[in-house]
Design a protein around this ligand. Sequence first.
Ligand SMILES: Cc1cc2nc3c(=O)[nH]c(=O)nc-3n(C[C@H](O)[C@H](O)[C@H](O)COP(=O)(O)OP(=O)(O)OC[C@H]3O[C@@H](n4cnc5c(N)ncnc54)[C@H](O)[C@@H]3O)c2cc1C
Length: 433
Amino acid sequence: MAWEFSTDPEFQRKLDWMREFVTSEIWPLETLLDELGWEGLTRAVAPLQEEVRRQELWAAHLDPQLGGQGYGQVKLGLMHEILGTSPVAPLVFGNAAPDSGNSEILALAGSPEQKERYLYPLLAGDLKSAFSMTEPDTAGSDPTLLRTRAIRDGDDWVINGHKWFSSNGSIADFLIVMAVTNPDAQPHQRASMFIVDAGTPGVTVLRDVPTMEHPWEGFAKYGNHAEILYEDVRVPAEALLGAEGAGFLIAQQRLGPGRIHHCMRWIGLARRAFDMLCERSLYREAHGSTLSGHQTIQNWIADSAAEMQAARLMTMHAAWKLDTEGSLAARQDIAMIKYYGARVLHDVIDRALQAHGALGYSTDLPLEAMYRFARAARIYDGPDEVHRASVARQILRGYEPPSGHVPSEHIPTRREAARVKFAELLDAITAND
Ligand SMILES: Cc1cc2nc3c(=O)[nH]c(=O)nc-3n(C[C@H](O)[C@H](O)[C@H](O)COP(=O)(O)OP(=O)(O)OC[C@H]3O[C@@H](n4cnc5c(N)ncnc54)[C@H](O)[C@@H]3O)c2cc1C
């Protein structure tokens, strides 16, 4: 019998160090992002990254032989809760998306040569990467519809396709491209992954797509999402990453842990917005009291606290399940935290923004940027609707329709059965009357 919710003291000390380091050294950088640009940001974070390495917390998601800590998902979850408070923190700790996920893919499926050429420099921070799967003309929520093709030609593969939302695609040194290699195979065995160097002839980055998060036209900025044309892109056979047809399998293995990290980051960010909500409620006077005296605001605070706690415990439980029982066992839990966590993130930020009125809507506070960021959480990593459908399907496998379509709980039917079951007792009671 072991339900355990404590953190061992040694790891708690690391978490305490991280929290202090992130708030005092990284949060201030957020206010200078526009001025710094990607070049400046790279220079600004270099000494911080050194400090993280000294603390042996760099790229903690990877095995020790790859320079990581080999932390399980429970430890990583607690760590990401702190890193999620700032968009810059994951970069400083060597686990920013998409590089962290791509490094996991390379560690999982890369050949020794691919690891040498791409993985180690990626971990050292010398290369940047992108993951190029989603296409503008097919539904990303159903990747079995992918149209990008890779055709074998002698010793080479030739790739043709149109992708978008390849995060960091315009600053990446290499792209991991998902392309169909065998259209006649089973739907989930049709696609393969390829490593494509950014400068390969035929790779054209058309633009960085302006989004809610970055609404203005821009190019080659950290965190942008690139639209890319692949036209007769010729890569050698060694560019195939993992087995042919294993693209979805590899992506799936990478996605489980990634979703836990996302969800814990969201909880960290929600908590930051929540702190702002509470702070505001204590000093803003309206209608005879501070906001904290009004029941609606009290409800927002109480509901937010409960929802964040629920999301946090669900996510940590999913992390524990992944560590102890594996990714298949944790599938349903991971799908649930994806849509539940995304909603909690959105709702808590929304309430904090509302409580700040015009100030919350303005760029004088980070809430409006958090709000725009939160909206995307319902779309990437699979839209919420797909995860809900998958959870419902899995749950329904444990049920079957009742015989004769009479609900199992139908009281007249149950009463009739109970009368038969307790006939003797009922007879005795009636006889005594
Ligand atoms: C900020 C951000 C970063 C991203 N980064 C990357 C990246 O680095 N690399 C990459 O390849 N892609 C990336 N993406 C793309 C992302 O993975 C896709 O947007 C996502 O998979 C959804 O695909 P879609 O946009 O084609 O929407 P569609 O598949 O067209 O879906 C549209 C909507 O249809 C509805 N829907 C779909 N299926 C169902 C269903 N079964 N039941 C009910 N409703 C349904 C949902 O409401 C869904 O939002 C990123 C996206 C965002 C927003």
